[in-house]
Design a binder for this molecule. Structure first.
Ligand code: ATP
Length: 369
């Protein structure tokens, strides 16, 4: 499933050069993006980057100031919200407190004037899909938070929208329930085949549920890729830093056989790296290295590449992994993470202990911005 790699695939949603200004403030700037049918697409970015504005334009609550939004090839820029095959599930769920679960789910169908038998069949189907059969007669205040969340989902899907917008849908749930619900959302999304667009602050959540993630900043798309693409080949320090933990070492690149040396990295021995594409000799670059790519050992080993000496300043033990905060010879701090099950030496390292860090030539990425 990778329609974005298929030049023949038709997007469900196309943003074409879309801008949105509020007075003199530009919230979205000349943004172009395709979202394909059956995608679970995540919009990710810091507060104020324009995620909600994107959702509101899809829902029809906001109109672009420039550019066009297409749904199934039709310009929907001026189609009012209720005439779009789009539904939105809000963070607060916005359930009707005086209506039963059944009536909450039936609400939109009733308003559409659906015949009673068809409506009952549809509501039952939604109850089964979200495993709420037993709670049909209860009111929202007589069920748990997780169940309320599923009612909101069932109601949002009842009218079979082509596109479902989810605005921080799991923000109110505690961590464990949130985790379970993520898998449930993925399962329901797959069963219904509805395209989902989710806004979330939680990068782990986006990584878990999404087919692709758009990382935004100041009304612009910085990178759109699969979770693995975003994590393993971020296109900038901004994205590398936004998703997961990363060490950034600044330096300048010098071409050497088979790759580049990152030298002048503030007094460190050169770091060997490979890089697709070419760099100008002496070009200032950022070397991005994930903590889990670093190997920590007590002794130097000349057979290992990219050896750096350092001293352990802090250790965060979290059961399955330990993260070592290591000060390198030039004073720069880096984080190195080792899984405890696979740690070769049986003893742990200690505070203030001198250690050797090493990593392969392909472990890190050279970023130009
Ligand atoms: P958050 O994660 O905090 O919800 P967001 O990424 O969803 O943030 P938006 O709500 O899309 O951000 O807002 C983007 C920018 O546009 C913000 O700077 C916001 O203040 C501004 N903005 C949004 N709506 C309006 C409006 N109706 N009038 C003026 N400015 C607005």
């Amino acid at each position: 499933f990778a329609p974005w790699d298929d030049p023949q695939a038709q997007p469900l949603i196309r943003f074409q050069g879309v801008s949105k200004a509020f007075g003199t403030f530009t919230a979205i700037e000349n943004l172009t993006l395709d979202i394909y049918p059956r995608e679970f697409f995540a919009l990710l970015g810091p507060s104020g980057c324009g995620k909600t504005t994107m959702m509101r334009m899809l829902a029809g609550f906001e109109t672009p100031t420039a550019g066009s939004i297409f749904l199934d090839g039709r310009d929907i820029g001026h189609v009012p919200p209720h005439l779009r095959p789009v539904n939105m599930m809000f963070q607060s769920y916005a359930l009707f407190p005086h209506l039963s679960v059944w009536d909450n789910i039936a609400f939109g169908l009733k308003r559409d004037g659906m015949a009673k038998p068809a409506m009952a069949a549809r509501v039952e189907e939604m109850l089964r899909l979200t495993r709420l059969e037993k709670f049909a007669r209860r009111k929202p205040d007589q069920i748990s938070g997780g169940q309320r969340q599923r009612v909101a989902l069932a109601r949002a899907l009842a009218r079979a929208p082509k596109l479902l917008l989810l605005d921080e849908p799991l923000a109110a749930l505690d961590k464990k329930l949130r985790h379970e619900t993520q898998f449930e959302l993925m399962d329901i999304q797959e069963k219904t085949g509805t395209t989902f667009v989710i806004v979330t602050h939680d990068q782990e959540e986006a990584m878990t549920v999404a087919s692709r993630i758009a990382v935004m900043d100041h009304g612009q798309l910085i990178q759109v890729a699969t979770p693995a693409g975003i994590y393993e080949t971020p296109n900038s320090v901004y994205v590398a830093d936004f998703i997961g933990d990363v060490n950034i070492i600044q330096g300048s690149a010098t071409a050497v056989p088979g790759g580049y040396d990152i030298a002048h990295a503030e007094g460190l021995p050169p770091i060997r790296a490979v890089h697709e594409g070419s760099l100008t000799p002496g070009q200032r670059v950022f070397y991005a290295l994930r903590p889990e790519k670093i190997y920590v050992s007590a002794e130097p080993d000349p057979s290992r590449p990219n050896q750096q000496r350092g001293r352990i300043i802090d250790i965060a033990y979290v059961g399955n992994t330990s993260t070592y905060h290591v000060r390198l010879s030039n004073g720069q701090m880096v984080k190195a993470q080792m899984t405890n099950a696979k740690r070769l030496s049986r003893r742990d390292f200690g505070w203030e202990e001198e250690v050797w860090l090493s990593w392969t030539d392909t472990a890190g990425l050279i970023l130009e911005r």
